[in-house]
Design a protein around this ligand. Structure first.
Ligand code: ADP
Ligand code: G6P
Length: 506
């Protein structure tokens, strides 16, 4: 690790999704490791330290049962080679986990009313301004009884963990679920070193004006309880500082990206999150992926056919519907491609308790049915839509696609693009939205998509499919090099090194 002094402090992590989750099958209780970039990056850190605890939500009934059995305290979970709870000393990497159980109605208001349809939507430019009623009485109540109450409960759990470690700790808070936590933790534990990493875009002050003054002030002041607020790009960090200046009237420095809060200087910083190339290489080399590759080649790539791929959660911000409309337009305008190009979409159903997300799945199905009805040739449908969460299948598809489509309306980073850059072996072209954080790093090697312009996206797909092979390989190699030299370990090490410096440890 980059700085031993800072990491001599106990570590307290907080995220809504935790590093492990409990379930039950016929044989009894099961434990699985959480997936995704955030969890794997921070798991490596938590496993490495002697005194670390990860505070997270009890996401399943079995998580809640485990929390209850331990009176809300933490448990030690050995994570490798196979995850299990340990009583004594683990003989492999382990993480101490504290599962927070909250009232289900409060959690629903926190997750399904505020975190996703309001905060996620505002931060991805999706929140309706024209017809949607903006903030009803019920939404105000859900803020107090859901978002604020759940944030308070998690802050209390974090503060409890800090206090039990003598009141000094490095606290790493994650994402948009917990904007009020830093301020509460600092009130209770003034000696902490506190960072909050926001994994999604941070828009400018005007977007935040959708929220009433008291709520947006509370969210900003909550975040400003941190020493450092981290983002994926400089643009998001700058927007945050602008918000503090315009919406709170605090003194700011836009060159240095700082906000003055009484006698404290809060820093906005940017660190682009990334993937673990070694772990991806190992997954690609597995027998499971090899079997999927053989199947995908057989189904999609015989007779010089080409494959366009997308892999996403069914999130309106991912812009899946316009992506399919662009593909339909491509086939309308280039009938010679019908039967020659397939579009495989691996979509993981997401946040289905939120009406906007459930409606979006229905819309996706309708658009795919319409395009497939229009362009089926010799029994072959152009779009193969699979509603699955299957990482091995995704990696197999990443390795052999001709074009990856990422056309998000906004995306904090987008790890799919980085994963494809590392594992693709076919000179795959990244067709990348200019609104994805990953475009800052990979845009020069990609074909750029404008997420609202269906015609532009159809033209860009055509250009990608027609690109000469040597140019495809040249661009892919450059993208892979960028990702391999800027991996997730670097994301974490740079944060810790900066933090160590700011906190006066080095
Ligand atoms: P987000 O964090 O908004 O979901 P990212 O692209 O940054 O978007 O990260 C998504 C992660 O989830 C990637 O690691 C990707 O491989 C994985 N993923 C997305 N959809 C699927 C799917 N259908 N099956 C398996 N893995 C998926
Ligand atoms: C994004 C967010 C994460 C979130 C993930 C999955 O990556 O930044 O905080 O955990 O999406 O969403 P979910 O609502 O299923 O946790």
């Amino acid at each position: 690790m980059s700085d031993i002094d800072l990491l001599d402090l106990p570590l307290v992590l907080l995220s809504n999704r935790g590093p492990v989750s409990f379930d039950r099958d016929t044989a009894g209780r099961t434990v699985t490791r959480g997936a995704g970039g955030l969890v794997s990056a921070l798991s490596g850190l938590a496993e490495h330290l002697d005194d670390a605890v990860w505070v997270c939500g009890a996401a399943t009934p079995e998580d809640a049962a485990v929390a209850g059995e331990n009176d809300g305290g933490s448990i030690l979970v050995q994570t490798q080679p196979s995850p299990h709870v340990v009583d004594g000393k683990p003989d492999g990497p382990s993480i101490r986990v504290r599962l927070v159980v909250t009232d289900p109605a409060a959690y629903a208001d926190f997750y399904s009313v505020w975190s996703n349809p309001i905060l996620w939507f505002i931060q991805h430019g999706l929140y309706g301004r024209s017809l949607t009623p903006v903030l009803t009485r019920a939404d105000h109540d859900a803020f107090e009884n859901g978002y604020a109450a759940v944030n308070r409960a998690y802050a209390d759990a974090v503060a409890d963990e800090v206090r039990s470690r003598g009141g000094k700790a490095l606290v790493l808070l994650q994402d948009y679920h917990f904007y009020l936590v830093a301020e509460h933790v600092r009130e209770q534990c003034p000696d902490v070193v506190l960072t909050h990493f926001v994994h999604i875009p941070w828009p400018g002050p005007d977007e935040w004006r959708i929220l009433p003054g008291d709520i947006r002030e509370r969210l900003l002041r909550g975040l400003l309880g941190s020493d450092v607020v981290g983002f994926h790009t400089r643009r998001y960090a700058r927007n945050f500082v602008l918000c503090a200046g315009e919406l709170l009237g605090l003194p700011i420095n836009l060159d240095e990206l700082t906000v003055q809060v009484n006698d404290r200087t809060v820093r906005a910083r940017y660190y682009p999150i990334s993937v673990d190339p070694a772990a991806l290489d190992a997954t690609l080399a597995s027998e499971e992926v090899a079997a999927h590759v053989a199947m995908l080649r057989y189904v999609f790539l015989d007779d010089d056919r080409q494959l366009v791929l997308r892999v996403d959660r069914t999130d309106p911000s991912k812009n899946v519907v316009r992506g399919f409309l662009a593909f339909g337009t491509l086939l309308d305008q280039h009938p010679e491609l019908v039967g020659k190009v397939s579009f495989l979409a691996l979509l993981q159903p997401s946040r289905t308790d939120v009406p906007e997300y459930a409606d979006y799945i229905a819309l996706i199905g309708a658009v795919v049915a319409e395009i497939n009805a229009r362009h089926t040739k010799e029994g072959r449908q152009p779009i193969d839509l699979r509603m699955v969460e299957d990482f091995a299948l995704a990696v197999a598809a990443y390795s052999i696609c001709d074009v990856l489509m990422v056309n998000a309306i906004a995306d904090g980073m987008n790890l799919v693009a980085k994963e494809v850059a590392v594992v693709n072996r076919r000179g795959g072209v990244l067709a990348l939205s200019e609104m994805a954080g990953a475009h800052e790093e990979l845009g020069e090697f990609a074909v750029t998509l404008h997420p609202f312009d269906v015609q532009q996206m159809a033209d860009a797909l055509y250009a990608a499919l027609a690109m000469p092979m040597d140019e495809r390989h040249r661009r892919l190699a450059a993208a892979a090099e960028q990702v391999r030299t800027h991996d997730v370990r670097r994301w974490l090490d740079e944060q810790l090194a900066d933090l160590s410096h700011l906190a006066g440890f080095s």
